[in-house]
Design a protein around this ligand. Sequence first.
Ligand code: HEC
Length: 150
Amino acid sequence: MRMSRLLVLTALFAAVAFLSTRAPETASQVRAADAPAKTDPKVERGKYLAHDVALCVYCHSARTIDGQIIKTELFQGAPVPVPSPFPNQEWASKAPNLMSIAEVWGEKDLVKFLQTGIPPRGAPPRLPMPPFRMNEEDASAVAAYLRSLR
Ligand code: HEC
């Protein structure tokens, strides 16, 4: 991985971590433990990864004007609130709705994507989507969780 890409990713995760922790007691937190419990252990693990580890929920959910995540719209897509830190870096302006992607792509494509960064069709997504390299167990748990939200 090129150094600039690594720097972008580091900055990115710092930003996400900042957004998700700066006000621990407010509604901007959407910890797995605060969401309704899922009975399937695989789905429960996917929820933990999507909320508390890979932080999908903080980029793919809409926020109010003061930055609070709208809990009734989790994973339904959101604008990317910051521009690229580098002028020549390709950068997306919005994060798509993961509930519909989970439905349209199906489990197999989603698992492969989370392991390789390669989507079933078209070019890989631009930053700030992190190019995840999950192992099969984690990728399949996240896919199962997202599909359970339908
Ligand atoms: C730092 C913000 C961020 C995080 C964290 C993040 N995403 Fe994304 N994601 C994006 C953005 C922005 C795009 C749109 C990229 C584009 O349009 O090129 C995207 C695109 C996607 C896509 C569509 C890819 C395609 O080719 O159409 C999927 C699926 C996805 N993300 C799943 C996830 C999952 C699952 C997680 C957690 C495991 C996650 N994302 C974490 C920002 C993020």
